[in-house]
Design a protein around this ligand. Structure first.
Ligand SMILES: Nc1ncnc2c1ncn2[C@@H]1O[C@H](COP(=O)(O)OP(=O)(O)OP(=O)(O)O)[C@@H](O)[C@H]1O
Ligand SMILES: CCCCCCCCCCCCC/C=C/[C@@H](O)[C@H](CO)NC(C)=O
Ligand SMILES: [Ca+2]
Length: 582
């Protein structure tokens, strides 16, 4: 069927020239002298729904079933007023036609075009609502803002309000999922993590693989994940959509947007494998999470409170970090680029990860070609004391840190960014933390380094080594000489120069006298790992990045400036093209 259609339509008493081409639906107001005024152009993929009659959905659904009218709902962008991405709203326009036949032609053509151009639109969704996430508004957000949009788009949803932690994960692991196109969580990063674990586990089970086997080539998940943000940090939503807004996220789900996402597997020999997409953090971020769990009653504020408490306790931790660098020719964490919708680095990576991506069979079989010997380097090993160690597969931007923990990280390039913050004096570390919240380069500090990696290992020192450190000075308040002696001892040992280079004297560490009392308290020997907001029950870990293991109903952060420019270009083309339809 030819998808194109062109005719006069009326909105109120104004005449419009409406054109449906393969990819776009455009309407242009035509004045009394047959001159075109402003054009609105909507990609067919962003048409939410087409209804006969004059239809409204807000404040509640009403339908005036008239013969010659039809209503089009579509995605309308507006500036987010502060966040990086764009807010999406439901646009609506009610057209009148010259005849019923023409009306039926328009609705039929538009619906066919929708089917053709949005093959991933979901028809049936499984929705989990955490009634206790964030400000405890999950149910209200879903029922008042999201459900009416799903209904309008003809999506049927099966809703489960969770009654306990891990209910969503267990459901995905064990229950029948036949007929669902995707799963949605209404909650925060913790709820997303449940869906991530449930879906990855389920996919491996169905493929006959044991996900706990480090040699298993994990299979990508066939179901998409949608996130309706209703948590405290909502980092995964912010970093993949650019705004925390339930309506924007619901519209991305409805139109079947698809954003692949890298996932980091985290293993310890005998324990169940865990997955992370945003922050796998040891030291500061592990301690903040452990502290914040004691203050859940504070809601989202618990992170600010705990951040301050942990910062004042001035801790650092020893350990050995080993990493496998990614190919430096492809991208770098310091190249000052941003991963935005349509990112070319991620697209090239899709080609690399799935060389025959048009053939879904080979998509599965070639998934782990990324781990075949290639241009990645050799394992690098560093040892020393760290304020924090963070591994993130994406920028991990959120409202607290609008550019994120690693602003140039990519959502789907098959790599993660490893940020090592060596021990430093309290004001230096404060400067680093502050740079998270600003646009200043957080890696341009002498005690910070960042590496784009494919895999990481970490091991904490044995009890004896840490005790030696305490005995020779360390943080227990002994002399500067003591610390230097320790540094010399370790630097004689091959790969350990870093510690010598980065050594801070106790005098430097306590350069801020008001913090001295706190910093001189004995630190615990080990921290905990914060795995996307969950504390891991082990310290020594082996991590591997799995390129594009899951897919979200999202498209990455839209570049507001580029979209405005392209709208202006559209406008320019309209003016330059001869007006053949009058
Ligand atoms: N009914 C429930 N009762 C108690 N805990 C639940 C329930 N449903 C889910 N959970 C757990 O609550 C934890 C936190 O939820 P969620 O991530 O939605 O909010 P948050 O922690 O406030 O936000 P963020 O993770 O963005 O900081 C999740 O790890 C999830 O496992
Ligand atoms: C002295 C006060 C220090 C304030 C520090 C501000 C820096 C904020 C950076 C936040 C990055 C968050 C990355 C996301 C992590 C999520 O996976 C996780 C779960 O929601 N959230 C947290 C806070 O661990
Ligand atoms: Ca990545």
């Amino acid at each position: 069927m030819d998808l194109g259609l062109e005719s006069s339509l009326w909105v109120g008493n104004k005449r419009y020239r409406a054109v449906l081409t393969g990819w776009h639906f455009r309407w242009t107001e035509v004045d009394k002298k047959n001159r075109d005024k402003k054009t609105v152009s909507v990609p067919v993929a962003e048409v939410v729904g087409v209804e006969e009659g004059r239809v409204e959905i807000l404040p509640q659904k009403s339908v005036e079933d008239t013969d010659k009218d039809f209503t089009v709902f579509y995605v309308k962008r507006s500036s987010s007023g502060g966040s990086y991405g764009l807010l999406w709203r439901l646009g609506r326009i009610q057209f009148s036609c010259a005849s019923r036949v023409l009306r039926d032609q328009w609705t039929k053509h538009l619906r066919t075009a929708l089917k053709t151009h949005s093959p991933l639109r979901p028809h049936r969704l499984l929705v989990f609502i955490n009634p206790f996430g964030g400000k405890k508004k999950g149910r209200q957000i879903y029922h008042s803002l999201v459900a009416p949009l799903f209904e309008l788009a003809g999506i049927s949803s099966h809703v489960i309000v969770t009654e306990r932690a891990n209910q969503a994960r267990d459901h995905l692991l064990k229950k029948d999922l036949t007929g669902f196109d995707g799963v949605v969580c209404v909650g925060g990063d913790g709820m997303f993590s449940e869906l991530l674990h449930g879906l990855i586990g389920r996919t491996q089970q169905e493929a006959g693989l044991c996900e706990n086997d480090p040699a298993a080539a994990l299979q990508p998940c066939p179901l998409h994940i949608g996130i309706i943000p209703a948590g405290s940090t909502d980092c995964v939503c912010y970093a993949t959509v650019g705004v925390i807004d339930p309506v924007t996220s619901a519209l991305h789900i409805i139109i079947g947007d698809s954003q692949p996402l890298d996932v980091c597997s985290v293993r310890q020999s005998s324990a169940r494998v865990r997955y992370s997409v945003s922050l796998l953090g040891y030291g500061f971020y592990g301690d903040v999470l452990a502290e914040s769990e004691k203050h859940r009653w504070m809601g989202p504020l618990r992170y600010d409170y705990s951040g301050t408490v942990v910062y004042l306790s001035n801790r650092s931790y020893s350990g050995v970090v080993q990493y496998l660098p990614a190919d430096p020719l492809l991208s770098s964490p310091r190249d000052k680029t941003r991963c935005l919708a349509g990112c070319s680095v991620c697209s090239r990576s899709t080609e690399r990860l799935f060389p025959h991506s048009s053939d879904s069979g080979s998509l599965y079989s070639s998934h782990f070609s990324q781990f075949s010997p290639g241009s990645e380097g050799q394992w690098v090993s560093v040892e020393g004391r760290f304020r924090c160690i963070s591994l993130t597969c994406m920028s991990s931007s959120c409202a607290r840190s609008p550019l994120g923990l690693s602003p140039s990280a990519h959502l789907a390039d098959g790599t993660g960014d490893l940020v090592l913050v060596w021990d430093t004096h309290p004001l230096g570390f404060l400067k680093f933390l502050h740079r998270h919240t600003s646009t200043q380069d957080q890696f341009d500090l002498p005690f910070v380094e960042v590496h784009r990696v494919k895999a990481v290992r970490f091991s904490a020192p044995s009890g004896r080594e840490e005790q030696e450190y305490e005995e020779i000075g360390g943080l227990s308040g002994e002399t500067d000489e003591g610390q230097r002696e320790y540094v010399d001892t370790v630097s004689r040992n091959g790969s350990r120069q870093h510690l010598a280079e980065r050594a801070v004297t106790h005098e430097q560490k306590t350069a801020t006298p008001f913090l001295c009392g706190l910093c001189c308290r004995k630190s615990p020997a080990v921290s905990v790992w914060n795995c996307d907001g969950e504390i891991l029950p082990f310290t020594d870990i082996v991590c591997k990045i799995h390129g594009q293991l899951v897919r979200l109903y999202a498209r990455g952060i839209e570049d507001g400036a580029a979209i405005r420019n392209s709208e202006e270009r559209d406008e320019c083309q309209r003016i330059c093209i001869p007006n053949s339809f009058k």
